[in-house]
Write a protein that binds this ligand. Sequence first.
Ligand code: TNX
Length: 516
Amino acid sequence: AGVGCSSSDDDAKQPPSEGKPVPALGRVIPAPASVKPGGNPYVLTETTAIRIDDAREVRAIGEYLAGLLRPSTGYPLPLTTDQGTGGILLQLSETEGSLGDEGYRLTSSGEQLTLVARKPAGLFYGVQTLRQLLPAAVEKDSRQDGPWEIPGGTVTDAPRYSYRGGMLDVARHFFTVDQVKRYIDQLALYKINKLHLHLTDDQGWRLAIDSWPRLTAVGGSTQTGGGSGGYYTKAQYTEIVEYAGSRYLEVIPEIDGPGHTNAVLASYAELNCKDTAPPLYTGIDVGFSSLCVDKPATYDFLDDVIREVAAITPGKYIHIGGDEADNTSHEDYVTFMDKAQAIVLKYGKTVMGWHQLAGAEPVAGAVVQYWGYGRTEAPERELVAATAKKGTLLVLSPADRTYLDHKYTSETGLGLQWAGLVEVDQAYKWDPANYLKDVGVEEHSVLGVEAPLWTETLATSSDLEVMAFPRLPGVAERGWSEGGEWDEYKLRLAGHGPRWDAMGIKFYKSPVVPWP
Ligand code: TNX
């Protein structure tokens, strides 16, 4: 239900593949919950104004919308708080309870285009829908010919899951603030609301920590392949957090441990059990490094880091990694994760960890990120299910569906393939609600989904884009929408090719998608 787009509620429950084509008003990714086409389209013109009530956040969204539309339409699109009719109206309404914190209603008619939401986030997502309903050329940064029409009717929309994440690994290869902002804008187009930043790994430490300056001076000085690496100052990190916030994404910083820590160990000899620092690492192996679980200094380090990170992170989560600690004994792993979780709680944050945390003792309220795949053995999946049954919420990042760093086919150049090849249809054909059903995970344990973008083989924004597009929109749809059949989805997806061209986004022209 929900994905069907037609003129009545009953019809909307028909799977689209069994009948009618999706109406123009429903050609949106992620698929809206309800689409009712009808009436005249709204047409943008030279005289269109954007009408706002004067809340600060609404004004900012109005300015963001105008900023998207002005270059290509060439229209002035002034913001106004004047009462009246016509134009594009952005309106907050507390009485729209059914829209929740992120939902919106878009109504398009010959007279006016109205976006209503309970909260600013909903208006922002309504703007993304509005944007996708305009011709692809609207995304160009120079003046284009119209007409600029939005099909008539009503879209009423709200997300299925509250956690819809994108992860970027800035540790294996460093990406500048501008590169991260560019990716944030791409995530926002698909209503992603979390940016998980993988800030530390064997190959690099990417965030300045005042009390441990060698983490960046030494640990940030290189990257995979031996380039010069880099790191964010606290001011730069804050710039990312604020930019993400302006696109309604919450930043979740990850400080990985006890494994994936060669950059730490290379920076401080005293954090090694044998007091000798290993050399910096620029290869792509995993599972060889471990913090020294017995040393008190390890927890002084971790306490300082988490305190400083928490102080500049307005979001509620801190991700403590915990994956692939293959060089740490089970006993040590449990000891370390207990202490690391306590530190996160001490600084008022919610723990997030990769699903290996399920093999230790996740604290109450912790969120576990599942990254298994088809070949993940039952005992490992059962551990995750057991944790879920005790109340731990799961974010699903199945590697053979959501890993944007994986190759599409054996012929596509970039990427890894330890979880198999991930063609565009493969990335779409799964259901978060049922993904771990066979081991007893119920939908109420699923907080949402996340698409990780690991960067062992990716060094430029074009590299990121050609891996994220066209798979990212499919994961975003799994997080936002109910149901959805590939045969219908692939048509909507194909329509986004010209949009990415207009935006200068490099993408993989997969043969499984019927590009126009
Ligand atoms: C596994 S999934 C990792 C990363 C790698 C990735 C490459 C996970 C939590 N850890 O360290 O970058 O595979 O696909």
